[in-house]
Write a protein that binds this ligand. Structure first.
Ligand code: SAM
Ligand code: SF4
Length: 383
């Protein structure tokens, strides 16, 4: 039987100073003055209409993702959070994260984000090598990244994530290790370490940069960096995520365990369980900011609704749950998908036989081998 999971709120803020050539996120180069106030109005109108999907439920985390949320003035974030907390029940000490591009850090901004309720920042640093940053088309250099993080720390932020990418054009193992050292020296509570992927419909996919490390070199980098990060006291709790004790990202954890989230904003995706009709609804919003804002007060803002039928649920569940090092309990699979564990018994047996997972005390755990070939494991559940 379907049971309600924690519920989080994802808010998409779609503009960036410049589009990075590797990025396939719903991000748009913001030219001229951006309509921050109008966009917050649209977010609230969108939220108002989605409220009946989540009546009475408590929000356990908020995540401002982008795009570049740090382009938004603190007053706009403050107005959104105040209005949202008047409409939804916020859990007492909920995590509120804001993604930050170090190239947008203005003096004085961070104190105001903190006062608005944002208690966690996620910095998109990518690398501390200025050559790598240039080849990635970033708008900041490594010195600016350090200054931004120090400004945030001075303003009172102790809980923050640094995003790094690896297997970058021209990057050696020593350069990747250097990036980890520089990141750790800034004392983050969380690190995300992503392998650069060439996403379809990006500038890099059309014209791949020279000297991207091959898969073996990328694996070597991943293994060495993983050790360095673990030695600094971080738990490697998801394929790309590392956290100090007590600092795992509550918002991402809920996503990875097939929890519910409301998705507000241009191109935002949501997933909501409706136990009364044994339904799981995926809803996404119009992608383009202009079209989204123009239609935010009506159903026209909805890019699509999809009810997840029983045959799709195992794949959607596994897609993220198998990314967690701690795996998942089979009882959680049953509660979140509404399906009995027998629905995936055959696939689990195949995965065990191939050395991809083990089952211990009713928990499904990916092996190291299984984590390396995650896509193959997940494909077993696609019907
Ligand atoms: C929405 S962005 C973070 C905030 C902000 N937009 C920025 O870039 O500074 C999320 C993160 O995804 C990662 N990312 C984006 N495109 C990627 C790609 N093609 N391969 C690997 N990681 C990627 C980057 O580390 C990036 O910081
Ligand atoms: S700043 Fe972030 S969201 Fe914007 S284009 Fe670059 S990687 Fe994508």
């Amino acid at each position: 039987m379907l049971t309600l999971s924690p519920l989080s709120l994802y808010v998409h803020l779609p503009w960036c100073v410049r589009k990075c050539p590797y990025c396939d996120f719903n991000s748009h180069e913001g030219r001229g003055t951006l309509p921050f106030d109008g966009y917050v109005d649209a977010l609230l109108a969108d939220l108002d209409q989605d409220l009946p999907l989540v009546w009475g439920r408590t929000i356990t985390s908020v995540f401002f993702g982008g795009g570049t949320p740090s382009l938004f003035p603190p007053a706009a974030i403050d107005r959104f959070l105040q209005a949202a907390s008047a409409r939804l029940r916020f859990a007492p000490s909920l995590e509120i994260t804001l993604e930050t591009n170090p190239g947008t850090a203005e003096h004085g901004r961070f104190g105001h984000y903190l006062a608005a309720g944002v208690n966690r920042l996620s910095f998109g640093v990518q690398s501390f090598d200025d050559g790598c940053l240039q080849r990635l088309g970033r708008i900041h250099d490594s010195a600016q990244a350090e200054v931004a993080i120090k400004l945030a720390q001075d303003a009172g932020y102790g809980n923050f994530n640094i995003d790094l990418m690896y297997a970058l054009p021209g990057q050696t193992l020593a350069m990747a290790e250097y990036d980890i050292g520089r990141a750790l020296a800034l004392r983050p509570t969380h690190l995300s370490h992503y392998q650069l992927t060439l996403e379809p419909n990006t500038v890099f996919a059309a014209k791949p940069p020279a000297n991207i490390p091959d898969e073996d070199a990328a694996w070597d980098i991943q293994e060495h960096c993983q050790r360095l990060i673990a030695d600094a006291g971080f738990d490697h709790y998801e394929v790309s995520a590392y956290a100090k004790p007590g600092a795992q990202c509550a918002h991402s954890r809920n996503d990875w365990l097939f929890g519910d989230y409301l998705g507000i904003g241009a191109g935002a995706h949501g997933k909501i369980t409706l136990p009364a009709n044994e339904g799981i609804l995926r809803r996404w919003k119009l992608k383009h900011p202009t079209a989204y804002m123009a239609s935010a007060t009506s159903d026209a803002r909805i890019g699509g609704d999809e009810w997840l039928d029983a045959s799709r649920r195992p794949f959607d569940f596994m897609l993220n749950a198998l990314r967690l090092t701690e795996g998942f309990a089979l009882s959680l699979f049953e509660a979140r998908t509404g399906l009995p564990r027998t629905a995936i018994a055959e696939e689990l047996q195949t995965a065990i036989a191939r050395g991809w997972i083990v089952i211990e005390n009713d928990r499904v755990l990916p092996t190291e081998f299984g984590q390396r070939f995650g896509n193959d494991v997940i494909a077993l559940f696609l019907h």
